[in-house]
Design a protein around this ligand. Structure first.
Ligand SMILES: NS(O)(O)c1ccc(OCc2cn(-c3ccccc3)nn2)cc1
Ligand SMILES: [Zn+2]
Length: 252
């Protein structure tokens, strides 16, 4: 495996991977701090902003038009609106693990991330260099018998993006259909969970998971990390182990 492939080696190319504000972390209810000033968060997404779905060899990603404040997240811990840029998933090689954040010792089967950037900065790449540049809404995937029907739309496209580099049109999709009933959340300051691990993310981690079926998780695991004409390498376990919290507080 290349040096970059293993999380414990990332710091050799990206020293910040050993920083004090890395993600994901373990969230323990006994150690969170109640912040009465925290507001509810709101997402207002334009379904027409959805563009394509792709396999980049690391995850399944849906990208959105973020050329203006078309689909935005605001409220909660955020100082203003943040533009939706992409969503993607993390999952394991079996249903008993795959999430990045861990709650009271519980690993979920997967985790959905909706990545937004702060338009007070001139563009996305400028925002990733700022501590208030990015906001990620994280939603746990829990395996159960009554899966959320809205997940079907994404999983139906998997066959079109089996290998790295494959992309397919993905029009007319409002990702807020994937939200759980409750908007309760934890929030803390952290980083990208893959290189370059920049510490620019305000994490908003929803407490209520969404239900997916074991077959739907298997569908995600049918993706390959290799390109079409290469030997097949299943795209599984694309999650980073939890990182030290150090002196950070998690707020609820
Ligand atoms: N899993 S996660 O939501 O934390 C997450 C992890 C990695 C991501 O990569 C996309 C990316 C990284 N950068 C980047 C480019 C230059 C400098 C710094 C970062 N641009 N796009 C996105 C979300
Ligand atoms: Zn992610």
């Amino acid at each position: 495996m290349s040096v970059c492939a293993r999380p414990d080696q990332w710091h050799k190319n990206y020293p910040i991977a050993k920083g004090r504000h890395q993600s994901p972390i373990e969230i323990n209810n006994k150690e969170v701090h109640y912040d009465r000033s925290l507001l509810p968060w709101f997402a207002s997404y334009d379904p027409c902003a959805a563009k394509t779905i792709l396999n980049n060899g690391k995850t399944c990603r849906v990208v959105f038009d973020d050329s203006f404040d078309r689909s935005v997240l605001r409220g909660g811990p955020l100082p203003g609106v943040y533009r939706l840029r992409q969503l993607h998933f993390h999952w394991g090689s079996s249903d008993d693990h795959g999430s990045e954040h861990v709650v009271n010792g519980v690993r979920y089967a997967g985790e959905l991330h909706l990545l937004h950037w702060n338009p007070k900065y001139s563009n996305y790449l400028d925002a990733v260099r700022r501590t208030d540049g990015i906001a990620v809404l994280a939603i746990f995937l829990q395996v159960g018998k009554t899966p959320k029907p809205e997940m079907k739309r994404i999983l139906e496209e998997i066959n079109a993006i089996k290998t790295k580099g494959k992309e397919a049109p993905f029009p007319n999709f409002d990702p807020s259909v994937l939200f759980p009933k409750s908007h309760d959340y934890w929030t803390y300051h952290g980083s990208f969970t893959t290189p370059p691990c920049e510490e620019c993310i305000t994490w908003i981690v929803l407490r209520e998971p969404i239900i997916v079926s074991s077959d739907q998780m298997a569908k995600l695991r049918s993706l390959s990390k290799n390109a079409e004409n290469e030997p097949d390498l299943p795209l599984v376990d694309n999650w980073r182990p939890t990182q030290p919290r150090y002196f950070r507080m998690v707020f609820v």
